[in-house]
Design a protein around this ligand. Structure first.
Ligand SMILES: C[S@@+](CC[C@H](N)C(=O)[O-])C[C@H]1O[C@@H](n2cnc3c(N)ncnc32)[C@H](O)[C@@H]1O
Length: 203
């Protein structure tokens, strides 16, 4: 969808890496969570809506050799590539509500992307992509604003998720591994309540 793409291209063209509310300087906790569920460094990992996250270089530094970073914004991907340098990363510019991946990943990781999909048709598109991009045994780690979290992100309305909402979204076909609240402090000092949901795709 063109409007969505234009919004994110403008954000990444105009704002510094650490000037966006979702910026996280340290990805170590996230790498530890991923490594707990997908320890195999040869496993195929997909980060949906990567933006300029430091998670990508951190995963490469942790030894993961098959990492794909996908984002709707070509501006974000261009900047992220420079920040990451040369490494085993595949970069994809795509709208995940409209493009199904052409391979299955052992890990589907999403921090603050699904929550922007407020229209049922977009959530259906995301679910189709999730099913095409995973296989039985794959792990999905989804993070979104919690039910008591903000109602807007980057100036856009969001749909909020707790364990029940994630389980409804993933039903049927996934079973919960762990599901917990998380607090994010923005560069401006505000606290944002997130919920992190880890699920395993059933055979
Ligand atoms: C709040 S930011 C989070 C970025 C990154 N996951 C992080 O934790 O730093 C949301 C990201 O999702 C991307 N995005 C938004 N809608 C998308 C869509 N439909 N398909 C793919 N990427 C999308 C945006 O360009 C942006 O980089």
């Amino acid at each position: 969808m063109t409007d969505r793409r234009a919004h994110w291209d403008t954000v990444y063209a105009e704002k510094a890496e650490d000037a966006v509310s979702w910026f996280e300087a340290d990805a170590r906790d996230r790498v530890a969570l991923i490594a707990r569920h997908v320890p195999d460094r040869a496993a195929a990992l997909l980060d949906v809506g990567s933006g300029r996250t430091r998670l990508i270089p951190a995963l490469v530094a942790a030894g993961y050799r098959d990492v794909t970073a996908l984002d709707i914004s070509a501006e974000a991907v261009a900047r992220a590539k420079v920040g990451t340098g040369v490494g085993p990363v595949a970069w994809v510019v795509a709208d995940i509500a409209e493009r199904t991946p052409d391979r299955a990943y052992a890990l589907w990781h999403d921090r603050a992307v699904l929550h922007f999909l407020t229209e049922a048709a977009d959530r259906d598109g995301y679910r189709r992509a999730l099913l095409a991009g995973t296989e039985p045994g794959s792990v999905a780690i989804l993070s979104a604003f919690a039910p008591d979290g903000p109602t807007m992100c980057s100036g856009l309305p969001v749909r909020r998720y707790g364990q029940a909402e994630f389980e409804a979204f993933l039903w049927p076909g996934f079973t919960t591994r762990e599901s917990f609240p998380a607090l994010h402090r923005t560069p401006g000092g505000a606290e944002q309540r997130f919920h992190v949901h880890v699920a395993w795709r059933l055979p």
